[in-house]
Write a protein that binds this ligand. Structure first.
Ligand code: SF4
Length: 217
């Protein structure tokens, strides 16, 4: 169990999985830079967050819902959580009957090969499960480029990976140390490349370590 003062943002998990240095730059050093990728993502999110709650018969759509988990030490906001009326669902404040939550996260671009987006969505589901005392078997990622939903099943493998990622991200951020640059192909897609300077820093580090090995330091 984490104290609220030690909660980290849900988005930190996605940043950590992409690159631990990016995660530390954003969440430790508060470094941010809007490149075209993040601008597109922000616009998409702004549109998603325009309305707050909508009722359509047996469906409630909640936008911008605040989420948290004391077990995982996470807090943040969900783009969209759909609540479908189901006999085996959970109780909601200000709504009669039982409702099954179904989180939906909006992403620019197209589906990725890595687990970054799925882990972020699963972390939202784990928060909702803790908050509403329910089980959430699946959710969906909506990709702006393809304009379609991709179903994500919250199986045990994804849950374990999400919990591992939360633990490692806490360890990184509580260490207070920003890792050295990765300087690999991820950097070309990174919103912080101009601030991180991966090539310059990694060359300087290589020179520094070489001098140490040669006994010059
Ligand atoms: S530029 Fe590369 S090393 Fe730097 S934060 Fe981004 S991905 Fe990580």
């Amino acid at each position: 169990m984490y104290h609220e003062d030690n909660y980290i943002m849900l988005s930190a998990l996605q940043h950590y999985l992409f690159c631990p240095r990016q995660c530390a730059l954003i969440h430790l050093e508060q470094t941010w830079n809007d490149n075209s990728f993040t601008m597109q993502g922000n616009l998409l999110h702004e549109r998603v967050h325009e309305a707050q709650r909508e009722v359509r018969g047996n469906l409630i759509i909640a936008r911008g819902l605040r989420l948290s988990s004391s077990r995982l030490g996470l807090s943040g906001q969900a783009d969209v959580v759909e609540f479908h009326k189901r006999e085996n669902g959970c109780a909601l404040p200000n709504a009669s009957g039982a409702w099954q939550p179904f989180p939906v996260e909006y992403k620019r671009g197209k589906p990725k090969k890595d687990l970054c987006d799925a882990v972020q969505l699963c972390a939202q589901a784990l928060c909702l499960e803790e908050m509403l005392d329910c089980h959430i078997p699946e959710g969906a990622l909506f990709y702006g480029k393809e304009r379609r939903r991709k179903s994500v099943v919250f199986d045990q493998t994804l849950r374990t990976e999400t919990e591992r990622c939360a633990t490692e991200t806490h360890a990184l951020l509580s260490s207070g140390k920003t890792p050295p640059p990765a300087a690999d192909k991820r950097c070309n897609r990174c919103s912080l490349k101009n601030l991180c300077l991966p090539d310059t820093l990694s060359k300087n580090l290589s020179r520094y370590y070489k001098r140490i090995m040669e006994g010059d330091e």
